[in-house]
Write a protein that binds this ligand. Structure first.
Ligand code: KIV
Length: 272
């Protein structure tokens, strides 16, 4: 099986909306480089998020905060170069969309122009509504990211489940409705109670994409390194590993080392 869909048309934000109306779940993964993006695009993924989780997975930082706009553009360009079908959504990194709409628009335009991406993802609610409005008004599709917002880790001090108490759940619902009203084409809901994600998804006409938000969201996203089992250190409850690439790659490397040491590689057939 090479693909899960016969529909090779480029996925648009409108297609995601249609999928929600039809009750078809939306599949999303992150990617940060050309080869990984090519594999998942050809496999039929609906959307690729070039997440600022690249800060952790590609650079080895402890948080998403240090990754720069230039680094995000570099990763986004690599993914765009590989992608034919999936919608490519790029994270605005920490500090580029935080209460100065003109500055935010400049950063947004840089990502769109220099990477060729289809859309942006922005963490935050009411506090950055003017920034989001400015960017959408400029013709740039925006996906909102609410619930657990890793860029705010220093404010919250924990990656625990959000929206558990009534006050936080109410603010989350209000932020979701506001983002829809501003024109966001979708919302990532990270690490919130399943019941709340289902309720939000029912109230909105735009699709929700959950990560640690249960099956009631309109789609699901996972970080590709976690989902492929390349990362052994991260095992949250919501993660399902679909492969064990860490073991496969370790064994392949050890096999190669042994062959080199034993002069088993290269063979005559592999030589000129
Ligand atoms: O940065 C990221 O990878 C994300 C996804 C988990 C949605 O925000």
């Amino acid at each position: 099986m090479s693909t899960y869909t016969e529909d090779k048309r480029k996925v648009t934000t409108h297609r995601l909306w249609e999928m929600k109306q039809k009750g078809e779940k939306i599949s999303v993964l992150t990617a940060y480089d050309y080869m990984m993006a090519k594999v998942i695009d050809e496999a039929g993924i609906d959307a690729i998020i070039v997440g600022d989780s690249a800060s952790n997975t590609m650079i080895g930082n402890q948080t998403t905060l240090p990754i720069t706009l230039d680094q995000m553009i570099y990763h986004a360009r690599s993914v765009v170069n590989a992608t034919r079908r999936a919608l490519v959504i790029v994270d605005m990194p920490f500090g580029t969309c935080s209460g100065n709409p003109l500055k935010s628009l400049d950063a947004a335009i840089r990502i769109m122009k220099e990477s060729g991406a289809d859309a942006l993802k922005i963490e935050g609610g009411k506090e950055i509504q003017e920034d989001v409005k400015k960017i959408i008004d400029a013709g740039i599709p925006v996906m909102s990211h609410l619930g657990l917002m890793p860029q705010s880790i220093n404010k919250y001090g924990t990656y625990a489940v959000r929206g558990k108490d009534e006050k936080e759940a109410e603010k989350l619902m209000a932020d979701c409705l506001l983002m829809e009203e501003l024109g966001a084409f979708g919302i990532v809901l990270e690490k919130i109670p399943a019941r709340l994600a289902t309720e939000i998804s029912g109230r909105l006409t735009i699709p929700t994409i959950g990560i640690g938000a249960g099956s009631g969201a309109n789609g699901q996203v996972l970080v590709i390194h976690d989902m492929m089992g390349m990362n052994k250190e991260f095992s949250p409850k919501f993660l399902r590993r679909y492969a064990d690439l860490y073991t496969i790659m370790t064994e392949a490397t050890q096999h190669y080392i042994q062959d080199v040491k034993d002069v088993q590689f290269p063979s005559k057939e592999e030589s000129y």
